[in-house]
Design a protein around this ligand. Structure first.
Ligand SMILES: NC(=O)C1=CN([C@@H]2O[C@H](COP(=O)(O)OP(=O)(O)OC[C@H]3O[C@@H](n4cnc5c(N)ncnc54)[C@H](OP(=O)(O)O)[C@@H]3O)[C@@H](O)[C@H]2O)C=CC1
Ligand SMILES: Nc1nc(=O)c2c([nH]1)NC[C@@H]1CN(c3ccc(C(=O)N[C@@H](CCC(=O)O)C(=O)O)cc3)C=[N+]21
Length: 304
């Protein structure tokens, strides 16, 4: 029997820590961290996700602001909303829910977000900082996966990690974080040959593919840790349910530890979004303070 990495429980712990620090920030600096979520269109999956974010923000003491725009919104209108949030000193985090309707240019919008407020970690500056090992806002899903992995492994050094998927949201930043943690990282994707054989060499498998129950027991080395990022809605006996990218029933007996779906990576993603909003609010406070010092230098700072 594998150890179950309980994302519901672990995310509740992360949220308690965030809530405590949010209270401190309020008490010491009179600042309430605020997260703005921009949702274009009425995709039902996004609605669920946004609703969960609002609930978790409330628990953490974070103010949440929602902007819901029509599905036929044009680029200029969306840019104006982002711009207004960029300029608002009371907004610390901005998340534009993806995917956007096809008339909108995703890359342009992401690049238009103030990098200091980029709680998704998708802005090119955040991506570059992560890749070059500088401190930055790290994408929420891979950050959540790393917290889960740390429950199982004190030290990830030297582990062979195979990441299935190379999206900008999950696969690529996941591989960067594992590399940073001294893993030997293999990223596989739809052009990779012999995925099963590569996965069988892995101490850690992270599946972020979007294919229901793709990963089978014979892909997994005995004793490996399996992180299932996939969230796929499927119909079983006429009823809708969520399954991951891993065939949980067959893989669970082989793995040492495994995340469930639902109740695994999903709740951790949302908890990490709150963590990033707190981090962003703190950094913005520090940056305002340093600008105050620049514009009002202490007389003693002059060398005489
Ligand atoms: N739990 C959470 O918080 C989150 C969950 N998700 C879920 O994770 C999954 C992945 O999401 P996302 O990264 O955005 O998806 P994308 O569709 O952007 O990327 C999927 C990746 O998987 C690769 N791929 C597709 N089919 C295969 C295959 N048969 N064998 C090997 N590789 C394959 C693709 O390869 P190629 O690049 O060559 O096309 C691509 O790199 C989805 O189920 C999504 O719902 C996503 C975000 C957050
Ligand atoms: N800008 C942006 N940032 C994202 O991080 C982002 C995004 N857009 N678009 C969509 C994907 C998907 N994603 C999920 C997060 C949590 C759950 C989640 O909480 N899942 C619950 C179940 C929810 C349910 O019951 O439907 C669970 O797995 O237990 C799901 C999906 C974040 N994404």
């Amino acid at each position: 029997m594998a150890r179950l990495i309980d994302g519901k429980q672990l995310s509740a712990q992360v949220l308690v820590e965030v809530a405590t620090e949010v209270q401190q920030l309020k008490a010491e600096h009179g600042i309430t961290p605020a997260l703005a979520v921009v949702l274009v269109g009425d995709d039902p999956a996004s609605q669920v996700y946004v609703r969960n974010k609002v609930l978790r923000a409330e628990e953490a003491g974070i103010r949440s602001i929602e902007h819901r725009l029509e599905a036929d919104t044009d680029q200029q209108t969306l840019n104006a909303v982002v711009d207004q949030l960029n300029k608002d000193p009371e907004v610390h985090g901005i998340l534009v829910q993806l995917p956007l309707p096809k008339q909108l240019d995703e890359a342009q919008i992401i690049a238009a977000i103030n990098p200091a407020k980029d709680v998704d970690g998708f802005h090119p500056l955040s991506v570059g900082a992560l890749a070059s090992g500088q401190p930055s806002l790290v994408p929420c899903t891979p950050l959540g996966c790393m917290i889960m992995l740390q429950q199982i492994h004190n030290d990830l050094s030297g582990k062979h990690a195979v990441v299935i998927g190379r999206s900008n949201i999950v696969g690529k930043p996941m591989a960067a974080l594992l590399l940073q943690a001294n893993c030997t990282v293999t990223t596989v994707h739809s052009h990779t040959q012999n995925i099963e054989a590569l996965c069988r060499q892995a101490d850690i498998v992270v599946a972020a593919v979007g294919r229901p129950e793709l990963v089978k027991a014979d892909w997994i080395k005995t004793g490996a840790t399996v992180i299932d990022v996939g969230i796929n809605a499927v119909e079983v006996d006429g009823r809708r349910k969520l399954v991951g990218d891993v065939d949980f029933a067959s893989v669970e007996p082989v793995a040492e530890a495994i995340t469930p779906v639902p109740g695994g990576v999903g709740p951790m993603t949302i908890a990490c979004l709150m963590k990033n909003t707190l981090t962003a609010a703190r950094a913005q406070l520090a940056s305002v303070a340093s600008k105050d010092i620049e514009s009002n230098p202490e007389p003693t700072a002059a060398v005489g």
